[in-house]
Design a protein around this ligand. Structure first.
Ligand code: FRU
Length: 316
């Protein structure tokens, strides 16, 4: 009995050893040129914008054979994202890039990484305080202000607005809201309904259904991102009211917001660059010991029916 168990074990070990030998060796582990490992912590991959950010990071990194990027997707779960950053620290990666879901709860793991001597690039959404190596992103306050001023002009200074806010525990949501309110100050625009749709199209659609049932007169929907604006448009279309309401969003990906503008779904989309390429370029500089700016602000454009085929118009 014992003998047969043993022989089975020996056979199993032999099979495993052969399987191990046949296992393809990954390009990375076989490549001594991969000098640096970067941990990329993405808060979710639910929206096209974040898929694009990861693609931009990947493409930029592929141009540098000395880089190896490990991607982790927190699936919109703050605790999962905290754990991912902690795993990167435990694995002693050379650099962390994080696009955090929320500011407050993701600050401690970023600070801990910095204490462990690992440089951190914070991308798009901010953490609290200044314990990071570099922040890269567009100026959301400025985008909100520009959207506000643009809408005042478009509506001739008066009208009723539905504001569909991005997650208000994240800094882009906060800044796109406060910037917008500054932008419409002094006009006769009234925000008659505002709600946190947490960046998510299905939430935006549901909230817009409530707004439509409560208000018979809505001039325009200002949504903090294009999925939100599109969700609102779907709700208005289902109610047969999409032609009487204007829709403005933010992100302006070619395949999303810009396409909606071309189709006449959105009247305007404000660009929010992903910063993926810039994160890799600056990450490399950090790894090579070069000095970089602590705050890197990316420019933004507005796309409308008139400008979408000409590459939009830069915000001043
Ligand atoms: C994607 C997204 C974008 C938005 C950005 C803000 O998750 O909601 O649509 O511009 O995050 O951080």
């Amino acid at each position: 009995m014992m003998q047969s168990v043993l022989s089975t074990m020996v056979k199993a070990a032999a099979v495993l050893a052969v399987a191990g030998m046949l296992q393809p060796v990954s390009a990375e582990s076989a490549n001594p040129a991969k000098k640096w490992t970067i941990g990329m912590s993405q808060c979710n991959l639910g929206e096209p914008w974040r898929v694009q950010m990861n693609a931009d990071v990947k493409k930029a990194a592929e141009a540098h054979p000395e880089l190896h990027v490990i991607f982790k997707d927190a699936q919109n779960d703050t605790l999962k994202q905290r754990a991912h950053v902690e795993e990167f620290v435990a694995a002693n990666v050379d650099l962390i890039i994080i696009s955090p879901k929320e500011a407050q709860p993701l600050t401690p793991p970023v600070v801990a990484a910095m204490h462990a001597g690992i440089p951190v690039i914070v991308l798009d959404r901010r953490v609290v305080g200044d314990k990071y190596t570099c922040f890269i992103g567009a100026d959301n306050k400025k985008i909100g202000q520009a959207a506000g001023r643009w809408i005042v002009q478009k509506l001739g200074g008066k009208g009723t607005i539905v504001e569909l806010k991005g997650l208000m525990t994240s800094t882009p949501g906060q800044d796109r809201n406060s910037g917008f309110r500054e932008g419409i100050k002094g006009s006769d625009l009234k925000v008659i309904f505002d709600v946190d749709m947490k960046w998510l199209e299905p939430n935006a659609r549901k909230e817009m259904e409530s707004a439509l049932s409560r208000f018979s007169d809505i001039s325009l929907v200002y949504a903090h991102n294009d999925p939100g604006a599109h969700g609102a448009w779907l709700a208005a279309k289902a109610a047969g009211r999409e032609k009487n309401i204007l829709f403005v969003g933010i992100d302006a990906l070619p395949q999303e917001g810009q396409a909606y503008v071309k189709q006449g779904i959105l009247t305007a989309s404000f660009e929010y660059p992903t910063g993926g390429r810039e994160a890799i370029e600056n990450g490399l500089k950090i790894l090579n010991g070069e000095k970089i700016e602590k705050e890197i602000v990316l420019p933004s454009r507005v796309f409308t029916a008139e400008t979408v085929d000409k590459g939009g118009e830069w915000l001043k």
